[in-house]
Design a protein around this ligand. Structure first.
Ligand code: BMA
Length: 382
């Protein structure tokens, strides 16, 4: 008789745990009445598909005890590889894919996005993620519609793309391309794949054309509302949750200064790159408390939509900084996911890769009962 190897042994133990519900990571799908959410107007889209409503509801319930781990472009490339089916730096370190995978629609008028990811491949990866039960979120580093410069060209452009503006119809052409891509995201069974859309992010900073240096609050809010209405009402896209994500805010008032209104936001996010060493925890813990509190009061979901430290100089960052921040207070624990930015190269990465000195500490984070990866997820779409 063959002796059972350690890997098979842990699979057996895990199966036993799952069947008796004995493991610490045992999140449940929500049993709440999902129709209530649509009829209550909690969601931006009262015609949201059943799977989209379920995703929102399940994010709310799973986040009561857990935080999902996310990584930008995780399946598309990593340190030392590019577009290799099945690969993922995160999976090669801890054995599982991230629960949330981020994508970006910048350069939607080309065949590849601003970071060289083919949109055709992105679509199949998004389908793979959904079929495996994971979650897709999409940001949009769109070019400046007036100058055709990059997203970072912060020449004023927002007023020009609003109705009546000189570049309104040009910009709607770009939104048509976005809509076309979103409409192409169908499962094998023909279900529209729910997506968390995170447009015009970090808008309280000034690097982008939609940022605070280039438009006033009313213009920003109008841009957001126009985008929602165009996708939802004109294009009749009903498989989106809309996520807003200012950067490094430290008060409720600051968060709500540029905010299109509760009727236009499903998820309150925060991008925050100020967490580098343990002494930074109290600042980010406070920010998470604010964001989670604002979301809870509105029956919405909160998330740390971008974070990380470029090239991970602090080896124990995952437990000593990230986990400690999530656990910093009861509200910070409420956030639904954390997403770290992309692994572009050995000089620009935010998740560890196999052989990186921080890999063991990432496995500690992975093993903590609070963090959920793709195979930890309950059915998020029912
Ligand atoms: C930035 C960097 C850039 C990239 C952009 C959009 O933070 O990673 O290299 O083009 O995000 O993904």
């Amino acid at each position: 008789m063959e002796i059972i190897g350690p890997r098979l042994f842990s699979v057996i133990i895990l199966s036993v745990c799952v069947s008796i519900g004995a493991c610490s990571k045992n999140p449940q799908s929500s049993g709440e009445d999902k129709s209530l959410i649509a009829t209550n107007h909690v969601l931006v889209d009262t015609l949201a598909t059943a799977e989209t409503i379920a995703l929102f509801q399940n994010l709310r319930s799973v986040s009561q005890n857990h935080v999902l781990f996310g990584h930008q472009d995780d399946l598309a490339y990593g340190v030392g590889w590019w577009a290799f089916t099945g690969r993922s730096d995160v999976k090669e370190v801890c054995g599982d894919y991230p629960a949330v995978i981020g994508w970006d629609l910048g350069d939607i008028h080309r065949s590849e996005n601003l970071d060289g990811v083919s949109f055709a491949r992105m679509k199949t990866w998004i389908q793979d993620v959904y079929e495996r039960g994971g979650i897709n979120t999409i940001s949009m580093h769109l070019d400046n519609p007036v100058t055709s410069g990059s997203a970072w060209d912060n020449s004023p452009a927002v007023a020009a793309v609003l109705p009546g503006g000189t570049h309104h119809s040009v910009f709607l052409n770009t939104l048509d391309l976005i809509a076309g891509f979103l409409k192409s995201l169908k499962s094998n069974g023909g279900i529209m794949i729910p997506v968390i859309l995170r447009p015009y992010h970090e808008h309280n900073h000034s690097w982008a054309w939609w940022g605070s240096g280039s438009c006033n609050a009313e213009e920003y809010n109008s841009l957001w509302r126009m985008t929602v209405e165009y996708l939802r009402d004109t294009h009749e896209i009903h498989h989106l949750l809309y996520c807003i994500s200012p950067q490094e805010i430290r008060s409720e008032a600051e968060y709500l200064t540029r905010y299109p209104g509760d009727a236009y936001v499903d998820i309150l996010g925060l991008d925050d790159y100020s967490l580098r060493v343990p002494s930074d925890i109290s600042g980010i813990g406070t920010a998470l408390k604010i964001v989670a509190g604002l979301a809870k009061n509105r029956n919405k979901v909160s998330a740390l939509t971008e974070t990380g430290v470029e090239n991970l100089p602090y080896t124990n960052w995952w437990t000593d900084c990230l986990l400690a921040s999530i656990k910093q207070n009861t509200q910070s624990r409420d956030i639904a996911w954390v997403l770290v930015w992309r692994n572009a190269s050995a000089d620009h990465f935010f998740a560890p890769y196999s052989g990186h000195p921080g890999a063991d500490n990432f496995v500690e984070f992975y093993n903590d009962p609070i963090s959920l990866f793709e195979s930890d997820l309950p059915d998020m779409y029912h």
